[in-house]
Write a protein that binds this ligand. Sequence first.
Ligand SMILES: Nc1ncnc2c1ncn2[C@@H]1O[C@H](COP(=O)(O)OP(=O)(O)OP(=O)(O)O)[C@@H](O)[C@H]1O
Ligand SMILES: [Mg+2]
Length: 235
Amino acid sequence: MSVLTVENVIAGYSAGDQILKGVNFHVGEREIVCIVGPNGAGKSTLLKTIAGLLRPSEGSITYQGAPINGMKPHDVSRHGIAFVPQEHNVFGNMTVYENLEMGGYIAPKHFRARADEVMKHFPILLKKKTQLARTLSGGQRQLLAVGMALMVDPGLILLDEPTAGLSPAAAYELFSEICKLRDAGKAIALVEQNAREAMAISDRTYILVDGKNSIEGPSPELLANEDINRIFLGG
Ligand SMILES: Nc1ncnc2c1ncn2[C@@H]1O[C@H](COP(=O)(O)OP(=O)(O)OP(=O)(O)O)[C@@H](O)[C@H]1O
Ligand SMILES: [Mg+2]
C-alpha cells in the first residue's frame, strides 16, 4: 500500500504561479524514494507542498489513504509526516536538547521518551546535549535536524538535501542512518544533489525537470542506464 500519493499537483509561491506543473509521486511502505533533477526543477517545492507550506492549486495529496492537501504544516506533521528543510533546519542559539524539544512540540507528552530514543539512536547528540547547535559540525547538525524530525515519531520523513556540504565520509554516515530508519519501518522521500550515492541506497527514483516528472523507475535500473548517467548524473 502507498504511504504517500501525490497526483497531478500544481503549486507555486503565489496565485497563478506554477512551479509544479502536474507532478505525480508516490512512496510505499519501507521505501526510500529519491527525487533528483537540475537546480530549480521544483524538488524543494514538491517537499514543501507535501509538508503543507504551500497549498496546491490543483491535484491531490494523500497520506495513508487520507487527503492532506490544504492542511497546515503542524497538522501534516501531526498526521505523521516530518519535514527536514534544505536550510535553516536547526536553531543555532539553542542547545541540542532544546532543539529536540522544538522538534517534539506537537507531542509534548512523549517528549522525554522520544528524546531519549533519538539520543540513543544518534549517540553524538547525547554527547553534545547541552551544546549550542551552532557549535556542531555540518554532519552533526544534519543528524540533529533528522533527530528533530524523529521527535514526532513520523511514518514518512521528507529530507531535502541532507548531505549538502558534508564530507564524503559524513555523507556516507548519514546515508547509512537513513537506511537504518527505513529498516526501522519509516518511509523516506529523499531529495539529493549527491544523486548517485542517494540513488544507490534508494528503491526508486524520480527525475524531476522543470516542475514535471521526467523519468522514474527502480534506482538500480536508472543507475545502470548510460543515457540517464550522461544527461542527469554528470557522466
Ligand atoms: N520562496 C520562493 N518564492 C518564489 N519562488 C521560489 C521560492 N522558492 C523557490 N522558488 C522558485 O521555484 C522554482 C523551483 O525551486 P526549488 O527550490 O523547488 O528547486 P530545487 O529543484 O529544489 O532546486 P535546487 O536543486 O537548487 O535546490 C525556482 O524557479 C525558484 O526560483
Ligand atoms: Mg532544493
